[in-house]
Design a protein around this ligand. Structure first.
Ligand code: HPA
Length: 236
């Protein structure tokens, strides 16, 4: 079984909203819809009701495990730190830096399973990412490759000094959810390709302060990514 995990912007897609089902796992509840052999899981619950630092990531990933999901395309709204992925564009995430804290970010917490340190040399599935990239190009889109995502705790946005520090650390894009989610997906043995789309320049990089893309532009971007994701998963 295959799944798409969507967040900000994506969860306005009616596939994430219509007829959401609730599943109760040993870590808590999660919501999903299923259509055409694909599970749609709204990261922030239906209606975008849970902020990034409060999401029950373990329940979301455990729900996918229980639904028999082995392949995921996960989609993230981000802010741009470098020009590699500028606002209005989307692309594949190659690697991440996780700065989030006080979150349940492992299944190997000593309570339910053995002590294990899962290797993260390859955080994302390269073949699945390549298939997504090829499908995007076939559909006439250009995409950014190889971005590094830095995961902050949120929910506040960053200071300009933090963004300068993150750029010096090697980050191209910033968001609040990927690190926790990607770690759990890998621990669960689910192959995952992460796709980010940028909706703003990060703090200090925009003379206007922080300005986000208009809703119609976000909807267009998300529509394209969803269509490519569905076509990609159909080939797996
Ligand atoms: N910072 C953190 N998360 C985000 C941003 C940002 O600028 N834009 C979208 N998600």
């Amino acid at each position: 079984m295959k799944a798409i995990i969507g967040g900000t912007g994506v969860d306005r897609d009616k596939r994430f909203l219509d007829g959401a089902e609730r599943i109760v796992t040993r870590y808590g509840e999660a919501f999903y819809t299923s259509l055409d052999d694909i599970i749609y899981l709204p990261r922030h619950s239906p209606g975008h009701s849970v902020p990034p630092h409060m999401i029950n990531y373990k329940a979301n990933v455990q729900a996918l495990v229980e639904l028999g999901v082995d392949t995921v395309i996960s989609i993230y709204a981000v802010g741009s730190i470098t020009r590699r992925l500028s606002p209005g564009r989307f692309g594949l995430v190659r690697d991440f830096i996780d700065l989030a804290f006080s979150r349940e970010n492992t299944f190997y917490d000593g309570s339910t399973r053995e002590v294990r340190h899962v290797p993260f040399v390859e955080p994302f599935d390269r073949k699945l990412g390549a298939l997504f990239a090829r499908t995007a190009v076939e559909e006439g889109h250009s995409l950014a490759m190889d971005s590094v995502y830095i995961s902050t705790n949120g929910p506040r946005l960053e200071t300009p000094a933090e963004i300068v520090a993150y750029r010096n650390m090697g980050a191209d894009i910033v968001g609040m959810t990927l690190g926790t989610e990607a770690a759990l997906l890998k621990e669960a043995g689910i192959r995952n390709a992460a796709v980010a789309y940028s909706i703003n320049w990060a703090a200090g990089l925009d003379a206007e302060g922080i300005s986000f893309l208009e809703e119609e532009s976000i909807d267009r971007l998300v529509g394209a990514i969803m269509s490519i994701a569905v076509k990609t998963l159909a080939k797996v």
